[in-house]
Ligand binder design. Sequence first.
Ligand code: S3P
Length: 438
Amino acid sequence: MSTTVKRFLLEPGGCLRGRIRVPGDKSISHRSIMLGSIAEGCTEVSGFLEGEDALATLRAFRDMGVVIDGPERGRVTVHGVGLHGLKAPLDVLNLGNSGTSMRLMSGLLAAQSFDVTMCGDSSLSKRPMRRVTEPLAQMGALIDTSADGTPPLKIHGGRALVGIEYTMPVASAQLKSALLLAGLYAAGTTSITEPALTRDHTERMLRGFGYAVTTDGSTASLKGGGTLKGCAIDVPADISSAAFFLVAASIAEGSDLLLEHVGVNPSRTGVIDILRMMGADIVLLNERDVGGEPVADIRVRSAPLKGVEIPGEAVPRAIDEFPVLFVAAACAEGQTVLTGAAELRVKESDRIQAMADGLIALGVDAQPTEDGMVIRGGALGGGTVESHDDHRIAMAFAVAALRADSAITVRDCANVNTSFPGFVALARECGLRISDGG
Ligand code: S3P
């Protein structure tokens, strides 16, 4: 785990101008390593996110015998070993802070011939895993969790899996993906139905590797026993990282910012839809298809925001963006209401409580609820806020400083490196008054 940045110090005010490219998409970066590893032949990845989470996945597959060159300026070559070529790691796989690594790999590793144990840091060790292990058990997997259903996970190898039809109780792309990855090895068909649209990068990327996946309404299905063929993957910039700048430029008067080559997959663009409902001035330019994923340049200019009731449909499509959307709400005129987002309580931190506590410390009228938040926009003060070691909480409060009346200190920001290495330098470059407080 990188320990280079522990505190962010922010002077109030400023605006954002220029054109920037934020780092690569975290979800797509994880999947490029996983699918590249079990494909036949080489997979050439560009734009790979060199953040701690995706690097944890990369190291885990190296530990299972996959030769992976790079990353070197976002370039990675994965020498695929085929569906049955992974080897038992010598040790426990430590996945750090990364829930995506652990959940997706649960499905993939449940079908291997060897035993493997996965662990993580103190945050990951508290996160619910039964949502994955229970349906995998229905497929024939044997996975031990702690008594609370949390990591470490011990996966027993040598199990024959069978396909299932499964309706997910939560809208989770991690769960859907874990089951589809297990389904690659299962006898027959695996069909997963989701209660709301969640990110579909796994389905799209499997198709890019030449593997047939059908999507019928809210159900994704595949048959086990095929093969993946190595391919080229151009990872777009992460809309979840771009989101900090979408909000920052919206709330800071005088801003005009262009975000280049951002992934705008409709299962991820809830943040744009919600900000536009609030009155944001966001324009998608040069929309194109890059390897099966929609990509665009995004121009955002400051605009007065108003409070909204966030539609339930948008919640899973903006699930990682709520910390910074709460900041937008704090700067908007009137009341913003979020419901149906209980999942936020089991992310890298309890994001409802962490954001409510920090906003209240800055003088905002924020009321946490069981499954969301009610925020009344108004003036923002300065002060010290806790990030709870959560990358997205840290970056959200950095953005809040643009509208604060005095300085903000954000504590424990080292985990920003899990998803957004270089955040401080890039944010400074386009106008945020941020420094790394050591
Ligand atoms: C992810 C899915 C989301 C998201 C996470 C990445 C993925 O989690 O919060 O950051 O890559 O599939 P859930 O699917 O559990 O909501």
